[in-house]
Design a protein around this ligand. Structure first.
Ligand SMILES: O=C(O)CCC(=O)C(=O)O
Length: 253
């Protein structure tokens, strides 16, 4: 367990836009989660999102191309298995989110809510972005938990974050049409040089804000990388009616 207190972790999240908490999930639980993920991936248990659906750089051109059925996400993790549901609503997560939001937390089933799978072949890289780009809530104040089910490093496509970027304002020209932060602009490039990629061990969690700029490379190892990701917000920060954010019932954690 991290030596940092929960209060310090929340403070770091507020200041930097992300915080790594080491060893939050015990190794037996992490192994059970991995076993489940490997089984569900092998069974191609629906609902799934394929790399070919998104076509980020490195993904197959279509589902008919070689590697066309490479899975990017095992969707709706909350409904997949009690093991995942229990983690999503675990007392340690509830307590953490209560401290951050200062009110009862809600889990969004419309965003993230998935087991990310990054494959060595045909796994794509994800450009710089803010998760809030397509999310619609009263306030851009949501926090995601990224559980490293196995080791995550730059080599196998671990996350990169720009410290402090959650609190920065940018004009719209600094993003492209898909709302990716443009790495080709000199003023963006200078900021992106400050990015860091925390190495994660199995059971480590990254808590990150929905406006924190982040990206991830391709998986250059020879094993699939699994990461379990959920998103939370305070009860008063409701999804806007009629949007994708309001398309699934939320969970009172
Ligand atoms: O693992 C990746 O490629 C990045 C995933 C990500 O940032 C996202 O889905 O928002």
């Amino acid at each position: 367990m991290s030596a940092q207190s929960k209060i310090e972790q929340v403070r770091e999240l507020r200041e930097r836009g992300f915080v790594v908490v080491k060893g939050l999930v015990p190794s037996e639980r992490c192994e059970a989660i991995k076993e489940l993920a490997v089984r569900q991936l092998n069974e191609a248990a629906q609902p799934l999102e394929y790399e070919a659906d998104l076509r980020y750089p490195g993904a197959p051109e279509s589902k008919h191309a070689p590697g066309g059925h490479t899975v990017r996400r095992l969707l709706d993790a909350y409904a997949r298995d009690p093991l995942l549901r229990e983690w999503a609503t675990a007392p340690e997560i509830k307590g953490w989110m209560e401290l951050y939001f200062g009110e009862s937390p809600r889990l969004s089933r419309a965003h993230h809510n998935c087991m990310m799978t990054k494959h060595p072949a045909y796994g794509s890289l994800t450009g710089w972005h803010r998760d809030a780009r397509y999310w619609s809530f009263e306030r851009d104040d949501l926090v995601s938990t990224w559980l490293a089910v196995g080791t995550e490093t730059v080599r196998n496509g671990g996350l990169w974050f720009v410290p402090g970027s959650h609190a920065m304002t940018f004009t719209s020209e600094r993003f492209d049409a898909q709302k990716f932060f443009r790495a080709d602009l000199p003023e963006n490039e200078a900021l992106l040089r400050t990015a860091v990629s925390p190495e994660l061990a199995p059971g480590d969690i990254v808590f990150f804000h929905c406006n924190t700029l982040h990206s991830a490379g391709q998986n250059l190892s020879d094993e699939v990388k699994f990461s379990l990701v959920f998103t939370y917000h305070g009860a008063s920060n409701v999804p806007l009616p009629g949007t994708r954010s309001a398309s699934k019932p939320e969970v009172a954690v």
